[in-house]
Design a protein around this ligand. Structure first.
Ligand code: PHE
Length: 486
């Protein structure tokens, strides 16, 4: 309707001089007319010129007075013929109306303000302020002096009005022809393609961005970690079981059953199936014995070891559970080995900027005759230097399953400080000997998270931006290739 009105008017007239007036005459909203003009102008059916006009509009306060009268008039009307005390009057009116009303009414000489009594000085007043505000509200002209006064009282404010004047454009037609965008089978069958006007091709338009699969930063860093392990001659361990029994996750690692990490505050236990069905019975017996009374030169922990506790299923809290299974298997027919794994683990922790309830652990171990702490330090220096961290420090630490144990720190040039990057140690005889490994065989091992180096490499400081349902897919699409060790 608006489009017909505009094109129809131009058919018989030279121009539409003011879209605002035009909209009013036709009884169509100005917004609608403006939209049509913009679209017709785009297709060059019309030629539109901007019109900008400043006009006055009411402020919030102005609107209030236009509705219920100026404060001075309200105040005047609140004073009875016989006069009133100041307190009484104040009670009858809103505090700002009273204040402003007094000022203006005194200025207008409408009232007499005695020591305590307020009385009318004139019989009747005209609320000119309200009348002016109503005129402005209706778009009527008001003289400059009055505008000035209202502006000073902040009752009106300038508004910008935007509209158009419109003439025929180079492609003017009384009716817009719908251009066809495609030549269809139906056009050919009907033969109407002869009359159709086709939309021109825009050869400069950009094509759709091509979409393709993208690797998550964690996958990219994992790949590089894998390559480092493979270059160092390590084999990957099969970590495709998130569910583990407490036995392989804790007991086989000489972790006592009362250990706080085995509490449901730190570990997710399974409801269904809640227990494991199969464990190697003779090995379970040896593990029970070493916990209760020791052996292999150890005194053990001296508590009553419970099978039910070992049977409980959980989401593995570290990939060391897998290392343990692998070492047990290896003990049945020993040969020196270098193993690694990178996979997910779960901890029942409070989630914050740097912790999630699940993360990825990188783990490496070497199992051979006569290994020492010196070998461990040497391997760690080799491994981490391939990640670009060649300044390392070690700090004594404690794990139930390693002795000695060391936390690994690296000097971070960017952060200008030492940051903890991993944990390591030599597996205890209480863990290795019940498996049946030869007595002179030692295992050196270390673990670190995949998230930490990934966050440092990609400059991400909140883990929830890296992993989980809040991750911006754009990050995964656009992230650069970050190479370790450069
Ligand atoms: N399992 C340890 C952890 O979860 C890492 C580790 C692996 C420590 C091997 C020592 C040896 O932090």
């Amino acid at each position: 309707m608006a489009e017909e009105a505009v094109l129809g008017h131009l058919e018989k007239n030279e121009e539409i001089s003011d879209s605002g007036k035009f909209a009013e005459e036709k009884g169509i909203s100005h917004d609608e007319i403006v939209n049509v003009i913009k679209s017709l102008n785009g297709f060059r059916l019309v030629d539109a010129q901007d019109i900008k006009r400043e006009r006055w509009g009411l402020t919030k306060e102005g609107e209030m007075y236009a509705e219920s009268g100026s404060p001075e008039a309200q105040l005047f009307l609140a004073i009875p013929l016989e006069g009133i005390t100041r307190e009484e009057l104040q009670k009858k009116l809103d505090s700002s109306i009273f204040k402003i009303g007094c000022q203006q009414a005194i200025k207008n000489k409408w009232i007499e303000m005695g020591k305590s009594q307020v009385s009318r000085k004139v019989q009747h007043v005209d609320d000119r302020v309200r009348d002016l505000l109503l005129q402005i509200q209706n778009g009527e002209a008001v003289n400059a002096e009055d505008v000035d006064a209202l502006k000073k009282r902040k009752l009106i404010t300038p508004l910008m009005w935007k509209g158009y004047s419109v003439k025929k454009g180079p492609k003017y037609a009384p009716k817009r022809k719908k251009v066809a965008t495609d030549l269809t089978r139906e056009n050919l069958l009907r033969g109407d393609w002869r009359e159709l006007e086709f939309k021109e091709y825009n050869f400069l338009a950009k094509g759709q961005p091509t979409e393709g699969g993208c690797l998550h930063p964690l996958l990219k860093v994992r790949r590089q970690m894998q390559m480092i392990f493979l270059q160092m001659g390590f084999e990957e361990m099969p970590t495709n079981n998130f569910i583990e029994s407490s036995f392989w996750n804790f007991d086989a690692l000489f972790q006592p059953q009362q250990h706080p990490a085995r509490d449901s505050h730190d570990t997710f236990f399974l409801k269904e199936p809640s227990t494991t069905k199969m464990l190697p019975e003779d090995y379970v017996e040896r593990v029970k014995a070493v916990h209760e009374s020791g052996g292999y030169g150890s005194r053990g922990y001296g508590y009553e070891w419970k099978r039910e506790e070992a049977n409980k299923n959980l989401l593995r809290t570290h990939t060391t559970a897998v290392s343990t299974r692998m070492l047990y298997a290896l003990a049945q027919d020993f040969a020196p080995k270098k193993y690694y794994s990178i996979d997910r683990v779960f901890r029942n922790e409070a989630v914050d900027r740097t912790h999630l309830a699940e993360f990825h652990q990188i783990e490496g171990l070497i199992c051979d005759h006569g290994l020492t702490l010196g070998h461990l330090i040497g391997v760690l220096e080799d491994f981490f230097s391939r990640l670009g961290m060649s300044k390392l420090k070690f700090k004594p630490a404690y794990n139930p399953y390693t002795e000695p144990s060391m936390e690994i720190f690296s000097y971070h040039e960017g952060l200008g400080k030492w940051v903890e990057i991993g944990n390591s140690g030599m597996f205890r005889p209480e863990m290795l000997l019940p498996m049946g490994l030869p007595e002179d065989v030692q295992v050196i091992a270390w673990g670190l998270s995949l998230e930490r180096p990934t966050m440092i490499l990609y400059g991400i400081d909140n883990i929830r931006d890296l992993f989980g349902h809040k991750v911006d897919l754009g990050l995964i699409k656009r992230n650069p290739l970050c190479r370790l060790g450069l």
